[in-house]
Design a protein around this ligand. Structure first.
Ligand code: GLU
Length: 551
């Protein structure tokens, strides 16, 4: 088939020997892992992609000398979206996923095994496709779309497996002369791999996550080069992962059925296959049924969603680490001073096709815990950085009332204090600050009384007693001591227990008194530490708020 190969490809292709000489085996320490994230630049970055990238990167970097490659798989140019490749590199950088080789930012490619964009590797693929044709392991196929449609219809009618295989693969039968004639006439063609497989035989496929599974051999003569002369995914995967010396192909579960084909392609060149690990897509529960996170339906499928809502990136990473290995959270609790980079990912623990389930409660709880580890200063700085990008009004409030806002954030966030855990993400800051701001806070009398659950007279009396005994120099203990006196004088139990035992003897307990102030000062029954709220708001504001409705 040399003649055919020479007709299809000009002689200016690099030779296989040249390519092999260029990409010498890596000299890495024993056990070093080479992994890659190989997205197609077709739009926004899916949280499932970020998950796969994270798993690949951590798995490579868990061992010394590990290499993590970013390869842009842009051979399906019809699906390509402009700017998508840059967005991928940017998202990886945003989430601290360290790329050792590939286009780390626009126009900036690093590594000796590139180019790392498949459209720039056209000649490498063609050199090896040419070889397969020469060897009689691939051939040009001139079947038209109409002919293929007829074939599919016929297969359907006969209830047969669809595809170009066995007796259906009529392109195989074409004589050399016919092929040359077609080529001379300029008939469009693709190149197909001549599969040596038998579908009735089974092959054992080893997967790092799934273990050993038996699959039927591949007998499809799949397209390896399209009409636009670019390779298909299958072919590019084999060439690239061979010449980039990938040790572990960790990729989406949808590729698992293609492994027998990929093994055949590796064998056609007498190359060693990498290890495979197929990762389940991220799913969510809807009406008790699992389904894939959908690009269209689920805003949380887009990684931008997390930035917009203000989930700290570390929280998102830790959430994904926990999704990958559910022992992560316990490990982190046991090793609070270590970071997720110190955690060793175990492939076998990854969810296989059973599915990794997306769980907002879990994400929120991880995020809440993470936010609680920030100092008041970090809290302010990170919050402001987010607000500047996503909530300009909030940023403005933070900047023009900096001292006040810092004091608000400092509530229960000081050294040695029990840290409050009411903030999950930066978007929540607005709700946290607003009750403190005079032009954002308002509550009507009826609403207030309803929340407080006491009659107007009692509330007024408590307030006037409180104001009569208030001294701005009181510390927390003194302040609270006075509140207890006010409570007792007004018929409230000091202990919840006493009130519960004898509810008719009291108007409520001390927490009912606190509630009066919580509602009048902040418009809600649950607030941060009341003494801190009172101190941060300052005497004037507190008095204004409590006297406004019940003077
Ligand atoms: N471009 C393929 C995809 O996005 C990559 C699969 C792989 O990692 O090999 O699905």
């Amino acid at each position: 088939m040399k003649e055919i190969a020479n007709r299809i490809f000009k002689n200016d292709l690099p030779t296989m020997a040249e390519i092999e000489a260029k990409y010498k085996p890596r000299e890495l320490k024993e056990g070093a892992r080479v992994t890659r994230f190989a997205p197609s630049p077709t739009g926004f970055v899916h949280i499932g992609s970020l998950y796969a990238a994270l798993v690949n990167e951590k798995f490579a970097h868990n061992e010394e000398d590990g290499i993590f490659i970013l390869r842009i798989e842009d051979t399906d140019q019809a699906r390509e979206v402009e700017g998508a490749a840059d967005l991928i590199a940017q998202s990886l950088a945003d989430f601290d996923i360290k790329v050792d080789e590939g286009e780390v930012s626009k126009g900036n490619e690093i590594g000796n095994y590139g180019p790392y964009r498949q459209s720039d590797r056209k000649e490498i693929y063609q050199a090896f496709i040419k070889y397969l044709i020469e060897e009689g392991k691939a051939y040009p196929c001139f079947a038209t779309k109409e002919e293929l449609d007829v074939m599919r219809e016929e297969q359907q009618k006969q209830s047969l497996r669809p595809g170009y295989y066995g007796k259906w693969a009529t392109g195989r039968e074409l004589s050399k002369e016919e092929m040359i004639k077609n080529l001379d006439e300029g008939k469009p063609y693709v190149i197909r791999f001549k599969s040596p497989g038998n579908y009735d035989k089974r092959i054992a496929v080893k997967d790092v996550i799934k273990g050993v599974r038996e699959l039927p051999e591949n007998d499809l003569d799949i397209v390896i080069m399209k009409q636009d002369k670019l390779p298909t995914y299958h072919f590019a995967h084999v060439i690239d992962d061979h010449f980039m010396y990938t040790t572990h192909v960790i990729r989406g579960d949808e590729w698992f059925p293609s492994v027998p084909l990929h093994i055949q392609l590796f064998r056609a060149f007498k190359w060693k296959t990498p290890k495979y690990a197929h990762v389940s897509p991220i799913q969510k529960l809807e009406d008790n049924k699992k389904r894939k996170l959908s690009k269209r339906k689920d805003p949380e499928a887009n990684v931008m969603y997390y930035a917009e809502k203000g989930y700290p990136k570390i929280a998102v990473i830790e959430y994904l680490m926990n999704l990958a290995n559910s022992n992560y959270e316990d490990w982190k609790k046991a090793n609070p001073s270590l970071t997720y980079n110190d955690f060793e990912i175990t492939m076998k623990r990854l969810a296989g096709s059973a599915g990794a389930l997306f769980d907002f409660d879990k994400l929120n709880s991880i995020s809440r815990e993470y936010v609680a580890t920030l100092s008041a200063e970090e809290f302010f700085d990170n919050g402001l950085e987010w607000a500047k990008k996503y909530d300009a009004e909030l940023a403005d409030i933070m900047v023009s009332n900096e001292e006040y806002v810092r004091a608000i954030f400092g509530i229960e966030r000081g050294i040695g204090e029990r840290v409050r855990k009411d903030i999950v993400k930066w978007e929540d800051l607005r709700a946290d600050i607003e009750p403190f701001l005079d032009d954002k806070f308002s509550i009507g009398k009826n609403e207030a009384l309803e929340l407080i659950g006491l009659d107007e007279e009692t509330v007024s009396k408590v307030i006037s007693d409180y104001l009569a005994s208030y001294d701005k120099n009181d510390d927390k203990q003194e302040w609270f001591g006075k509140l207890r006196v006010v409570a007792e004088n007004n018929g409230f139990a000091l202990k919840g227990k006493d009130y519960k035992k004898n509810p008719d003897a009291y108007k409520g307990d001390i927490s009912s008194v606190a509630k009066i102030f919580r509602v009048l000062l902040m418009g809600k029954v649950e607030t941060p530490d009341l003494y801190s709220v009172v101190s941060v708001m300052g005497e004037k504001r507190v008095n204004l708020r409590i006297l406004r409705l019940f003077s």
